[in-house]
Ligand binder design. Structure first.
Ligand code: F6P
Length: 543
């Protein structure tokens, strides 16, 4: 990949000039001035209808952003990504989650695709055997519960997918244990029967403190209840470090390999998805992969102007680097996607939260944006006040599915009415004249109107992108998640950062190990005054 400082490009300078002419741009007027605006700024790709027209852009803004992508050699970068070049250069690794879902042959990555297929086949054979009762518990019963033990990418993706796919789940019940908090383990163990539970330990490195501690505690609890001999039938592992999993005591046959060329936060498509595959069945899991592959081919083969992940990434750069927006919200109008924002927080912020560029220099521009959100309409009754009337610019992606899983037209009509109303309200706002008129028609006096109008004004002009999808299915979900993966990639390329390492999480881990040693020996001397006092308070409360 070329390592280009985006701010040194001609396109960046053109965008800076363009920003000066557009910063007072008014969305309401833009629609009045151009009846074709909605059509011109919408992308229909299969079951995805992506409306960009409520953004602070003109057609020419999009063209200028595309020029930036061209000057940063995005086309070549995409080829390097799909062809398995070591674009994760600080870890000397390829980034090939796309190979986990491909149905095409690609000479450059053939070996990896073959390995991925073998590993998927092994997983599906296991999943099918558990689901049809061929593989049973130690006492010959059918498993009814699965506990996924993992954290970060070994938890967030699988849990998000499982929650989203509740309408597709089979009779297995899944639980996810991630945090190192003993109370969380206890609360989970209360809900399960050891005799009929399968434990899936998921850790790419098999060296993560949380996962190893939780697995040890759970295994001890299990052997106390059921006996040591049952462990081999009830504990399986997913890891790229097979030896460590063996050393931990997992039967070699029960270890499902994953690969170092798949990053943890992009690994739900691999054997890391084992729990999900168990919970929704291998056919639905394959549909999920097919959906991701649909988005992969769209992303790889479509011109940038009509390329959904590219355009969404360019919008993020537009707001982040020119409007200086600090964050963006993701609001799915379905409870099924309630874990999507949490999943995206790792995927986006662990990837693009970098301040050193690919040349090893500190960047002189903003990178990784903050992402947050909650499902609508709940979000409307929580933080929408700030988006509507606060002082910060928060571009938002609104996601909804036109068809429901169950037949409640009244609910769906009301949900969708809110979905459409919010983006319209954020765009149009309410002028002081409109606010005064409303107050007058509700019978307020002139004095009351004068007092209240300032509080009733909505500035509007708040940018949103609407992603309307036909229906939430495994396939459309795979496509949606892959859309965000590629958006992250494009942002990283243009910001000239390495998106696929995560050195920033290491320091805290090292310090936690050192403090653990101190806690075990009730020592606090080696620390700053604040940490020392906190440790002493902790010792005091516990003694
Ligand atoms: O904390 C960082 C991290 O390395 C994530 O990137 C990763 O998803 C998570 O820890 C868990 O890692 P592992 O799967 O190796 O246990």
């Amino acid at each position: 990949m070329k390592n280009i400082n985006p701010t040194s490009t001609a396109a960046w300078k053109a965008l800076e000039d363009h920003y000066q002419t557009i910063k007072n741009f008014n969305l309401r007027e833009a629609f009045q001035n151009n009846p074709e605006r909605a059509k011109e700024l919408t992308i229909q790709e299969g079951d995805f209808y992506v409306d960009l027209s409520k953004n602070l852009i003109l057609k020419e803004t999009k063209q200028k952003l595309v020029s930036l992508a061209n000057e940063c050699h995005l086309t070549e970068a995409i080829a390097s990504y799909f062809n398995g070049e070591q674009i994760n250069a600080t870890e000397n690794r390829a980034v090939l989650h796309t190979a986990l879902r491909t149905t095409e042959s690609n000479a450059e990555v053939e070996e990896k695709v073959t390995a991925a297929l073998a590993s998927k086949n092994k997983m599906f054979a296991f999943v099918d055997a558990v689901n049809n009762g061929t593989i049973t518990t130690a006492t010959g019963k059918k498993f009814d519960t699965v506990v996924n033990i993992g954290i970060g990418g070994s938890d967030l993706g699988p849990e998000m997918i499982y929650e989203a796919m509740q309408a597709y789940k089979n009779e297995l019940t899944l639980h996810f244990v991630s945090n190192i908090e003993g109370d969380h383990i206890e609360e989970t163990l209360k809900k399960i029967q050891p005799e009929t539970t399968l434990f899936v330990i998921v850790s790419k490195s098999f060296g993560t403190q949380e996962t190893l501690t939780n697995s040890t505690t759970i295994r001890n609890w299990f052997t106390d209840k059921v006996g040591d001999s049952a462990v081999a039938k009830h504990f399986i592992a997913v890891s790229s470090n097979v030896q460590r999993a063996i050393d931990f005591g997992i039967d070699k046959e029960n270890i499902f390999p994953m690969f170092d060329w798949v990053g943890g936060r992009f690994s739900l498509w691999s054997t890391v998805g084992m729990s999900v595959a168990l919970g929704i069945g291998s056919k639905n899991f394959q549909d999920l992969l097919n959906g991701a592959h649909d988005m992969d081919t769209h992303f790889r083969d479509t011109s940038f102007e009509k390329n959904i992940p590219v355009v969404l990434a360019l919008l993020t750069i537009w707001y982040n680097n020119f409007f200086q927006a600090q964050s963006e919200a993701v609001i799915p109008y379905t409870q099924y996607l309630h874990r999507l924002p949490a999943y995206l927080q790792q995927a986006i912020m662990e990837s693009n939260g970098k301040s050193v560029d690919r040349n090893g220099n500190r960047v002189n521009y903003e990178t990784g944006n903050i992402v947050w959100g909650e499902p609508g309409t709940n979000a409307q009754h929580a933080f929408f006040q700030l988006i509507h009337q606060g002082t910060k610019l928060i571009p938002a992606q609104f996601i909804a599915f036109a068809k429901t899983k169950y037949n409640h037209p009244d609910h769906q009509n009301k949900l969708m009415a809110n979905f459409f109303a919010q983006t319209e309200a954020l765009m149009n706002g309410k002028t002081s004249q409109e606010a005064a008129k409303d107050l007058a028609s509700s019978g307020k006096s002139k004095t009351e109107i004068d007092q209240l109008v300032p509080f009733k004004v909505f500035e509007g002009n708040k940018p949103t992108t609407t992603i309307l999808i036909d229906e939430l299915t495994p396939r459309s979900l795979g496509k949606l998640v892959a859309m965000y993966e590629h958006k992250i990639f494009v942002e990283g390329v243009l910001w000239n950062i390495y998106s696929y390492d995560q050195w920033g999480v290491e320091l805290g881990k090292v310090l936690a190990d050192a403090i653990l040693t101190d806690i075990k020996s009730s020592k606090s001397d080696n620390h700053d005054a604040s940490t020392k006092a906190l440790l002493q308070k902790f010792f005091e409360i516990n003694n």
